[in-house]
Design a protein around this ligand. Structure first.
Ligand code: IMP
Ligand code: MG
Length: 179
């Protein structure tokens, strides 16, 4: 499996430092608020587990799942909700947690949908940001780190449902996806 990785971009240690920094900022910013952390599955599941444990204030947790990619490395532009949230959103300060913000199509769809349910506020936290690739008008409020325009996997991120369990983040060799 590791043979498919061209280069390690972020080690376990680097990832945990990034996540700890985000947790500190979020804990400070949401002090006294009614924080609901929403994970967008599946890509954010590892980040979510680490981030919520780096948040030191009380919060609630919920999950939703969307799919927009299929088996390719480019967004299809079509977002489908495959699992909705359990909690009603009124009164909550929402923090939507994503693995990576790429074209922005997925998150702008999710933000609009969640906004229509009347939460107190909505902010977005993404571990990785590829700003060069943005086509939808969306910016994250918390960004772990900016990454180059390369397809990355590990720490929750997949290619064709594989590599999510890598503890680090690496660039996939192009031959793996026929590039
Ligand atoms: P967007 O709608 O184009 O912003 O796509 C966001 C989603 O695409 C992310 O939540 C990921 O699931 C997936 N994605 C985008 N870039 C990558 C990548 O480099 N590696 C793995 N998944 C990616
Ligand atoms: Mg994905």
């Amino acid at each position: 499996m590791t043979n498919d990785i061209k280069e390690v971009l972020f080690s376990e240690k680097q990832l945990s430092e990034i996540v700890r920094g985000l947790g500190e900022r979020i804990s400070k910013d949401y002090e006294g608020k009614n924080l609901l952390v929403v994970s967008v599955l599946k890509g954010s599941f590892v980040f979510m587990a680490d981030l919520t444990r780096a948040i030191t204030i009380p919060c609630r947790i919920d999950f939703m799942a969307v799919s927009s990619y299929g088996a390719g490395t480019r967004s299809s532009g079509v977002v489908k909700i495959t699992k909705d949230l359990d909690l009603p959103l009124a009164g909550y300060d929402l923090l939507v947690v994503e693995d990576i913000l790429d074209s922005g199509v997925t998150l702008s769809y999710i933000r609009e949908l969640l906004q229509s349910r009347g939460p107190e506020s909505i902010r977005i936290c993404t571990l990785f940001d590829k700003p060069e690739r943005r086509t939808a008008p969306i910016k994250a409020d918390y960004v772990g780190t900016v990454v180059p325009d390369e397809f990355i996997v590990g720490y929750g991120l997949d290619y064709n449902e594989t590599y999510r369990n890598l503890p680090y983040v690496g660039v996939l060799k192009p031959h793996v996806y026929g590039g």
